[in-house]
Design a protein around this ligand. Sequence first.
Ligand code: DQQ
Length: 541
Amino acid sequence: MKPPLIRHSDVHRPAYHFTAPTGWLNDPNGLVQIGGIYHMFYQWNPGAPLHGDIHWGHAISADLVHWEDRPVALAPGDGPDAEGCWSGIFLQTDEGPALMYSGLNREYGHTQTCCLAWPSASGDELANGDGASRLDSWNKDPANPVISRVPAGLDARVMRDHCVWREDGVWHQVMGAGLGSDEGALVHFSSADLHQWDDEGLMLRGSEVPATGAYMGTTWECPDLFPLGGEDHGETFPDSLPAHSISSASSRTVFAFSAWDKGQTLHSAYLVGSVRDGRFVPDSEARLLDFGLRHFYAPQSFLATDGRRIQIGWAQEAWEPQIAGAKVWAGAMALPRELTLDGSRVRSHPVLELAGLRLGSPENVQIADGTAGELHTRSRQVEIGGELQLEPGGHVEITVLASPVGGESSDTASCTGAPATARLGTTAGTAERTTITIGFAQESEQFMYLGVDRFESRVAEQSRYYDMKPLQGVIEPNDGKANLQIFVDHSIIEVFVNGHPLTARVYPVRADSDCIGVSAVGARGELRVWELASIAQDSPE
Ligand code: DQQ
């Protein structure tokens, strides 16, 4: 797709993850595939690398990998969205496509409102026009806001973000909410025409959920209910996807949400269950969608025309706002993932289209008990994939974005693939590396774990403004088999082990932190390492 993305050159800017042209990016919005083109709208502050003055940016793609920037889709106006056009969705209606979003204007009350926008293009232009441009321009509905208050009697401090579906000709909507009792809630409405909405009560509240696997937070943001694991039985609209029917008999319903806790974006999580009589009935505990916590936040999913349920999340930065003055951009989208259901667990796998980024042949690395060393490949843009077999107590460490032992900017110095003990004393405090570990906890065969150690990811001053805490999660032992895929892209690391993802952000500063190392104890297998292409060109200075 032409022209390619043009982006500010910066050692930390991801090269094949989507970022905004400049400024701040957060949630993906309005994800849809129409006429073979994927549309991704997103929360965007074009003016600064901080959250504020939120617009809807827009990009399109033919393959979910290469993106083309389109004009701003929504900008704050002088009505209910005067302070921002917050998160929302794309809808196929009998009147054509629509966007639904949360308008922010504190004069309208203490919560966000529900607003609609319609394409500026006519019906003919929408049907026959250039696929790239027909969803470029949007008019806000003069009736906005179509929901401007919390239901009578509901003590909701916050209510925003939308998930909408249609069953038996009736539109249903849930908005995410935070109640005065410090619990999240799904506020349910119904409508015949998307304009007049009737209160349907709460579909679920936090205190009704077993939260053993993931804390539920005090507010649920970005609710996403969708069927998974069975055939979808939605109505079919021309040139597009079926409107999803969340009570399809052959599938179960996933409720994905982002847990916000008194101002903190904690993590995204999910429940599996079913919708009965207007209530969501969970039959699983809450679980994390990604062990990277806030670095995979506000995800939204959509049904591709080939039947895949694809999810995109916001890979939030790990730096504090104090240093935003030194930045031009902030925020990236995590790679699109295909979701599947395995029992009551959601599995995430990077979409197959990403293989199109691979450059040349991979470096093949044999893993055996005692393997320890550096790879030939030196790059900040790599995919590392393979199958590992772990013995009880076994583990594999993969070190990325690592500096050579021999000194700054030396192409010939060896990389830091040796086990940590070999490096201590020679490089402590000056070398950088991020270590990904997959293994069993000591001799246990009960749990396998996946971890990303960011403690040495950055050696520079100001590190106190960067979150370098470890990230980790427990996964099923799977007889010691680990199907592994790692994507490294300058400041983003995404790891997938047996369908469990972990997204991390790291910010090495040394110019030579592009080494990769592997060490293994009680493990065997083979890894393949590809260098990956960029999807953007550097902007001229
Ligand atoms: N981001 C949006 C909200 C949403 C939050 C505002 C989640 O609509 O609740 O930019 O990151």
